[in-house]
Ligand binder design. Structure first.
Ligand code: TNX
Length: 545
């Protein structure tokens, strides 16, 4: 009964439920509804168990593993019934018969309720995905040290006050079904273990899509059996001559499975018909002149293209069919991304012809195609093709991006918004910090990007008349021309990715976002990043603890 009594706002003076502070961590992304309860905190101890009712998927095991790692307690996972849950237990109950939320799920399918207090911690969800997101919220309510990895085999030191979470009730569900981040593993390759670490970070923020930019002028990163030189020749390079790399099919399957356990869907991208120098350098027959160009390790864009000419049609169409078929076979998710951006070396007529051929090949695999917004130039896209918008938060007339957005909608598709001037994590920070002596990032998208800019936009306010129903979601890309390691990627991503995660998950804020509350939450999240040993930039805008 204590759990249902809530404090009035007057009694909460000095301790607002959504504010950060020692008392109540404000989790990121902000839940749809968050109530502080007038009850003693939930307390984990040596007797704590994860009690599972129904099929909760991976959430119980992954939560228990983290609790064990940090506290050293045993934390067994046991199937049981609700009335067996003791005050130190975490109960995870998923509605009997609830199917795994299909991707893209309706936001309601990912909903959950999390209640904490002296009676225990209790998660109720409509699907295993909802249970997993709830477990991430619970981890953020506990002391930051709960996220430490126990690297030396040692549990973290028990925090003052113990492993407690304040008494709260959270009722939550996402605003958008597609909440993404993109990693450019073409300009610089990252091994599977690094990508898995990034997946862990995305999942903590309830981001559920990892878009992998697998090919570009500087490298081809995925094994394709029918065209072995794509990796034989095309994977040996990177931007800046920093060495190559690629994923074997087994590597890729392992990565897809690891992400799926964390309810993250991989969207693989093969960038076509431009950004193809690595492929063109591997196979002369894909070039109009029949001559393979030299490998490329610079930073220019827009100089390479597949060949639209009839004399190359046999090779080019076989390439498109083989690559999209093998890509789709490796992809349990519903989408494959075929690029389409910055094809500046392709004439308009050739572009439209090649887009028709590549999207036809892609659609033949049964997957839904995603393309950068330039793909909207085509009036004959496969129905439902999704457009990824990368123009600015205020569309620039000269890019035609607004018309492209409407073209996808007219052809039955939806939009993923990644406005470059606010959502590109590779844009430089305003105070231009160096990281281990290196200057990271680019500034072409209207200069640097502050945390206020990353947080201060709304996907439904970009193109007039394009609202939540037209929007599949939001994505934060990071392009790696200047980043060679996961540490460098994370230093650029954190903390700005927190802003994008909140825009993707939390309810719309028609009267403007509460920047101060968010910045306070970011400060609290800094302690968690430290517990997880994730590099981040201490942006001067944030009141770091
Ligand atoms: C533009 S935005 C690109 C990438 C670059 C990036 C650098 C887009 C679809 N393409 O090829 O890496 O700028 O910020």
């Amino acid at each position: 009964a204590a759990l249902s009594i809530t404090l009035g706002s007057v009694a909460l003076a000095g301790c607002a439920p959504q504010s950060n502070g020692a008392d109540v961590p404000r989790i990121i992304p902000a839940p749809a509804s968050f109530e502080r309860l007038d009850a003693e905190p939930f307390r984990l101890d040596d007797t704590s168990r994860v009690l599972v009712v129904g099929d909760a998927g991976t959430a119980p095991a992954l939560l228990a593993a983290q609790l064990r790692l940090a506290t050293g307690a045993e934390v067994p996972v046991v199937a049981g019934s609700e009335d067996e849950a003791g005050p130190a237990d975490v109960l995870i109950a998923v509605e009997a018969g609830a199917a795994e939320a299909s991707v893209p799920a309706a936001p309601a399918a990912e909903a959950y309720r999390l209640t904490t207090g002296a009676d225990g911690a209790r998660i109720e969800a409509a699907s295993p995905a909802g249970a997993f997101w709830a477990s991430r919220s619970l981890l953020q309510l506990l002391p930051a040290a709960i996220l430490s990895s126990g690297e030396a085999g040692e549990a973290a030191r028990t925090p003052e006050g113990g492993w407690t979470a304040p008494a709260v009730r959270i009722d939550d569900a996402p605003r958008f079904a597609y909440r993404g981040a993109m990693l450019d593993v073409a300009r610089h390759f990252l091994p599977v273990a690094d990508v898995e670490r990034y997946v862990d970070q995305l999942a903590m923020l309830k981001l559920n899509v990892l878009h992998l930019h697998l090919t570009d002028d500087q490298g081809w990163r995925l094994q394709i059996d029918a065209w072995p030189e794509l990796t034989g020749i095309g994977a040996s390079t990177s931007t800046g001559g920093d060495g190559g790399g690629f994923y074997t099919k087994d590597d890729f399957r392992r990565l897809v499975a690891y992400a799926a356990e964390r309810h993250v869907t991989i969207v693989p991208e093969i960038d076509l018909p431009g950004h193809t120098n690595a492929a063109l350098s591997a196979y002369p027959e894909l070039n109009c002149d029949g001559v393979a160009p030299a490998p490329y390790e610079g930073v220019e864009v827009g100089f390479s293209s597949l060949c639209a000419a009839p004399e190359r049609a046999e090779a080019t169409d076989r390439f498109l069919a083989d690559v999209t078929r093998e890509l789709a076979e490796l992809t349990p998710g519903p989408w494959i991304h075929l690029g389409g951006d910055e094809s500046l070396a392709t004439s308009e007529a050739d572009y439209l012809d090649l887009v028709r051929r590549m999207t036809t090949a892609g659609a033949a695999t049964g997957k839904t195609i995603i393309g950068w917004h330039e793909l909207g130039a085509s009036p004959e896209l496969p129905p439902g093709t999704v457009g990824q918008y990368w123009d600015y938060a205020t569309p620039r007339e000269e890019t035609g991006s607004e018309a492209d957005v409407r073209s996808f909608l007219d052809q039955g598709g939806r939009i993923v918004f990644s406005p470059a001037d606010v959502a590109y994590l590779d844009m430089v920070y305003p105070d231009a910090p160096s990281f281990e002596g290196r200057e990271l990032g680019q500034d072409w998208a209207d200069g640097d990007t502050s945390l206020a800019e990353a947080y201060g936009w709304d996907p439904a306010a970009i193109v007039p008349g394009v609202g939540d129903d037209d929007i599949l979601g939001v994505e934060a890309p990071i392009w790696t021309e200047t980043m060679r390691t996961l540490d460098e990627v994370e230093f650029m991503a954190f903390p700005r990715i927190l802003a994008i995660a909140e825009i993707a998950w939390s309810p719309a804020a028609p009267d403007g976002r509460d920047e101060a509350a968010f910045f306070g939450a970011v400060a609290g999240y800094g302690e968690r990043l430290e517990a997880m040993s994730v590099p981040y930039h201490r942006m001067p805008e944030v009141p770091w603890l």
